[in-house]
Design a protein around this ligand. Structure first.
Ligand code: FAD
Ligand code: SF4
Length: 513
């Protein structure tokens, strides 16, 4: 009997060198990676995102070949590239006499469906294997919350801490508390200087040329001779080391802070490395915990807990939410929002300094940190009544780390409350007060953060009340929002009218704020 020849597909976000597939070369196994229009076109991506994915995929293919694996790599402009997974796999199976096809569990619903359908149509046996990346299985969160109305992150997180014995002291959490929020989430006071970030200088000129020649539509800027994002395992490890050494000691304190002239503050910028699976969440947590243990004087418990919560808690939780709520999640629109995304989301050209800075840095670096995404761009889109489809499309395109399994639950559920509160207990909306408290944006803004109406009143203020007013029926009974209606009801009628008129005028001219 002829030996089985297996074709194995590696998707662009499956660059996991420690996967059991790659531990020993086998002459009866061949891997394939492909740069395809199917993936560059399902949304308009940031140019740095496309370039970083292709660069990381190419580096991964080279690495695999270096250790003896057989790899077929299809570049975007290769003649034999059919530009879809199905087209390329079909062709390879025809030509090379493979008698088996294998792929790793995809993280996106769309690809999961596509690969299942493909497998059913192929003339050879097919198998899907675990990607060996996440700490929890796709459906574990659903089982954990079975019968519950809400999916509370905090209960999931505590379960994960116990389950993986992370930051535990026997059955108790280290420091006797699960949560150190009162010590974390401060505005930046300049007391701790922000360390210089480790930025790579990857030359992606050739890749960018190919992307441009193929006329792939993209957004944002790039310095193609020095792409700052890590594109190899080696670089991701350097970034991880730099983070735990220099940034972790102040991570928690300033995790919600925003500073206009610093685009990363104490954040790790590890999301691209994690989402492409070049880094494993376990090793990130272990490196951070080891640094905390080693430098117990310099890294306090609230800093490490704040960070572990992001990876062990939020990241695994959002993945579970995605698989629990898909495909329904993609169509949810609790507030029945309809408006288009303001045009300045694509250019950064607005007089609102917070949005100009947050969008500007996103176009420049393909990155904004969490609170900018949630409380600046996300908050404004929700207040402005933007359709969640348009909001999703923007977030899915612009960020270096945007892959639907993590983008969608964060955007549609958490930030836009389109799930009606399965994830968040209340919508993440705020007036200018929050932005003024947590950032220095308002100091140099044309608008006045203190004003609700009148000339140059900050749009966040009137839009905030307008939003609450128009969604009263849906929100008044929410215990975390209800008190704002009492504040509104106590306001004088002429003041309420002026605020609503101001908001209506702003909504009319939204593209020109
Ligand atoms: C509207 C919106 C859209 C978002 N879209 C994405 C996205 O497409 N891809 C993405 O990876 N994250 C997304 N996030 C979550 C979060 O903002 C980013 O993970 C984070 O900003 C990445 O930067 P960092 O690596 O410096 O994170 P850090 O602040 O250093 O945090 C460390 C790591 O924790 C994980 N993490 C933290 N918060 C979350 C979260 N809410 N959900 C999942 N993982 C989390 C990430 O892997 C991150 O790298 C989104 C958040 C919002 C509010
Ligand atoms: S005043 Fe309003 S628009 Fe200007 S930065 Fe502050 S919150 Fe943003």
């Amino acid at each position: 009997m002829p030996k089985q020849k297996t074709l194995r597909l590696i998707l662009g976000d499956q660059l996991n060198e420690s996967h059991s597939w790659f531990q020993k070369p086998d002459k009866n196994v061949s891997f394939v990676l492909m740069e395809i229009r199917q993936e560059t076109e399902y949304v308009v991506h940031h140019i740095q995102k496309v370039a970083a994915f292709f660069a990381a995929m190419r580096a991964f293919a080279k690495r695999l070949r270096g250790i003896g694996h057989q790899v077929t790599y299809l570049k975007l402009d290769d003649r034999q590239n059919h530009q879809t997974i199905a087209g390329n796999i079909g062709e390879l199976l025809k030509g090379k006499k493979f008698n088996r096809f294998e792929y790793l569990q995809p993280d996106e619903f769309r690809l999961d469906l596509q690969l299942r359908e493909l497998s059913e149509s192929l003339p050879v046996p097919c198998e899907m294997l675990d990607s060996e990346h996440f700490l929890t299985g796709r459906m574990e969160l659903e089982d954990f919350f079975a019968g519950k109305k809400r999916y509370l992150m905090e209960s999931f997180y505590r379960w994960m801490r116990k389950r993986f014995d992370i930051l535990m002291d026997g059955k108790k959490p280290v420091g006797d508390q699960w949560n150190f929020d009162q010590k974390n989430r401060h505005a930046y006071d300049g007391k701790v200087p922000v360390p210089e970030p480790l930025l790579f200088e990857n030359n992606v000129n050739a890749i960018c040329k190919t992307i441009r020649k193929a006329k792939v539509a993209t957004i944002g800027e790039i310095k193609a001779d020095r792409l700052i994002w890590p594109v190899s395992r080696d670089q991701t490890l350097k970034l991880l080391k730099s983070f735990v050494t220099h940034f972790l000691p102040a991570f928690g304190t300033y995790e919600d802070a925003i500073v206009a002239n610093n685009w990363h503050l104490f954040h790790s910028r590890l999301s691209f490395a994690l989402n492409t699976k070049m880094l494993h969440p376990r090793e990130v947590i272990e490196a951070a915990v080891a640094a905390w243990k080693k430098k117990s004087g310099d890294i306090e418990i609230h800093q490490i807990e704040g960070f572990v919560r992001q990876i062990l808690g939020w990241r695994e939780y959002m993945r579970g939410i995605y698989w629990t709520l898909m495909p329904d999640l993609e169509a949810m629109n609790f507030f029945d929002q309809k408006a288009a995304l303001p045009k300045f989301y694509w250019t950064g050209e607005t007089r609102m300094n917070c949005l100009r800075c947050a969008i500007g840095q996103s176009l420049k670096h393909a990155y904004a940190h969490h609170i900018q995404r949630l409380m600046v761009t996300g908050n404004f889109a929700l207040l402005a009544g933007v359709h969640p489809d348009a909001v999703d499309e923007w977030y899915l395109g612009i960020y270096i780390d945007a892959i639907q399994w993590v983008e969608l639950p964060n955007t549609r559920a958490m930030s836009q409350f389109a799930d009606g509160g399965l994830v968040a207990t209340k919508p993440y909306i705020s007036s200018a007060k929050y932005i003024q408290k947590m950032s220095d944006y308002c100091d140099s803004c044309d608008y006045d953060w203190k004003k609700r109406n009148g000339d140059l009143a900050c749009p966040f203020n009137s839009l905030y009340w307008h939003f609450l007013h128009r969604h009263r029926r849906r929100l008044e009974k929410n215990p975390r929002v209800g008190m704002m209606y009492r504040v509104w009801d106590r306001m004088k009628n002429n003041e309420k009218k002026a605020v609503l008129n101001k908001a209506a005028a702003y909504l009319q001219e939204i593209d020109h704020l």
